[in-house]
Design a protein around this ligand. Structure first.
Ligand code: 6LW
Length: 520
């Protein structure tokens, strides 16, 4: 890691953390982002410097708050929350697109508990809240429309009032209203969430408008550039303790030869904001951002980035997520103390309903391993985007198998015999931008059931290892492009997860480690 005193490294929240929203209370910053079909919903993070974020909980962490129908599609569910602090309480508003409703929850402690939701049956997505000097609460949505509401009951008192819809780009969305001096600023994203993404601004003397567009719109976009960070948009502004302003936003980091692929989903970035003639101005978003010494975030000392869970705590840590639901009958930390026991609820990762507990892949180069005792069951470790895009290493009986599912295709890539008992299963990813276009590892070439070479120059190689009987073997190396957003589509990114698809299995530990790489 370079010495960047007075600077910081982006993304500040790597891995699939899109649609970020931020607020400050005193010296503390809180950030939320989208969770889609995963539960618990809406991860919430705390920071003192806008750079180092620690997850303190999930806003929607119990079934009564979050209804996700069993047939919720991948990338549906919870979209684009906004967090604000008003009148001594935190407020989060978001949309559950799977039931077509916005919802508002509140808390006095952002770590929770959060209230039961108040629902609003209004169109569009990306709701945001702002309070004016009269105490009126304004809900804004994509479109861009405003409603005056009673946030305690969800009653609409007035609206929709059309506001300002950007400069003509598609999908005007992610609106946020801010009072700055005598003006109300309306921040809007447009151009769609992919490479056309852009951020524009307008202002008015009242939330009702009329809005006057800024002179430099869009004031942030990376469209039609070859910058390493792309798709910059869906932004939120925050004023720091020292009076300076910052903007958080989503972006993607694509890898590989043309066309590039992104595998970590949309991530959260940070840029300093300066005001010029009453309008916010930002520089392009860099992975390494220098800021004048003393004027803002400083680089946090980097220890090796490791997250290990020995499952010794009475509760699951907040970063563990599961697609569509995690019924109490499907998992336990007490069946076998010190182990996470999973019970099969479905027989295949190819369909919704399988028992899976995972975390976001946050680095292009990483290793994740588990010690699993599958007993008489079938259990493993998967790298997934959704039910139709995942690579798995699993054990059942004396056989460890590597399986891939991509679109309509399913393939067993390797099978390997082990003695009965717990095994260590590992997945590792490494970027391959600099290697020649075709690489076939000796292990992969000799692996039974692995008939094809891999072509890893696209973005990364995902490799699968088993350690048992005192030996560690790489069973397969698979092309990571098939687990990218460009192939799978959707709004999420990769998740690495423990699963069981037959009987029960216990996991003693899970360790995730960022491996050294240019962007670690
Ligand atoms: C979200 C929209 C967007 O509602 O993607 O990037 C959608 N912007 O604002 C889902 O994340």
């Amino acid at each position: 890691m370079a010495d960047v005193t007075g600077g910081y490294r982006n993304p500040v929240l790597p891995g699939f953390h899109p649609d970020p929203s931020v607020c400050r209370v005193g010296e503390d910053y809180y950030l939320v982002c989208s969770s889609f079909e995963y539960v618990p919903g809406v991860p919430i993070f705390h920071s003192r410097d806008l750079v180092a974020w620690r997850q303190i909980g999930n806003v929607l962490d119990r079934p009564g708050q979050l209804e996700l129908p069993a047939d919720t599609d991948a990338s549906c569910g919870i979209f684009a929350p906004t967090i604000r602090h008003h009148d001594g309480r935190f407020w989060v508003v978001t949309t559950n697109v799977s039931i077509g409703r916005h919802l508002i929850v509140t808390a006095t402690d952002p770590a929770g508990p959060w209230s039961d939701p108040v629902h609003l049956d209004l169109p569009h997505v990306d709701p945001s809240l702002a309070w004016d000097d009269n105490g009126d609460c304004w809900l804004t949505t994509s479109g861009v429309d405003a409603y005056r509401i009673d946030p305690a009951t969800g009653t609409v008192l007035e609206g929709p009032l059309p506001m300002w819809s950007g400069t003509g780009g598609q999908y005007p969305e992610a609106p946020h209203l801010y009072r700055v001096g005598d003006w109300w600023y309306l921040l809007v994203s447009e151009g769609g969430t992919h490479t056309g993404h852009a951020v524009s601004i307008a202002r008015a003397r009242s939330p009702r408008g009329p809005f006057e567009p800024g002179p430099g719109n869009p004031f942030l976009t990376h469209r039609s550039t070859d910058r390493p960070v792309q798709a910059t948009g869906h932004a939120d502004l925050v004023q720091a303790v020292d009076g300076g302003w910052w903007m958080i936003l989503l972006g993607i980091r694509a890898k590989g030869q043309w066309p590039p692929y992104h595998v970590l989903g949309r991530e959260t970035f940070l840029v300093p904001v300066r005001w010029v003639d009453g309008w916010p101005v930002v520089d392009p978003v860099e992975e390494l951002t220098a800021v004048p010494a003393g004027s803002g975030p400083v680089e946090v000392p980097t220890a090796p980035w490791v997250r290990r869970d020995d499952f010794d705590e009475p509760r699951l840590a907040p970063e563990w997520i599961s697609p569509r639901g995690r019924p109490d009958t499907a998992w336990s930390l007490t069946d076998r103390p010190g182990w996470l026991t999973l019970h099969a609820a479905g027989s295949s990762l190819d369909r919704a309903g399988a028992t899976l507990v995972g975390r976001r892949q946050q680095h292009h180069d990483c290793r994740a391993g588990v010690l699993v005792d599958a007993g008489t069951g079938r259990a493993g470790l998967t790298v997934r985007i959704d039910e139709a895009h995942h690579y798995d290493i699993e054990v059942s009986g004396d056989t460890v198998r590597v399986v891939g599912r991509v679109g309509p295709f399913r393939q067993v890539f390797a099978e390997h015999r082990v003695a009965a008992g717990p095994v260590v299963l590992t997945v590792a990813t490494r970027t391959h931008d600099l290697l020649p276009p075709t690489v076939t590892s000796a292990a992969q070439a000799s692996a039974p059931g692995a008939p094809f070479g891999v072509r890893p120059a696209g973005c990364d190689v995902v490799s699968f290892e088993v350690a048992a009987d005192g030996a560690s073997v790489v069973l397969a190396e698979l092309d990571g492009r098939y687990l990218s957003t460009e192939v799978a589509a959707g709004f999420t990114g990769r998740v690495i997860g423990m699963y069981v698809t037959e009987g029960s299995a216990a996991f003693d530990w899970f360790e995730y480690r960022a491996e050294p790489s240019p962007d670690a």
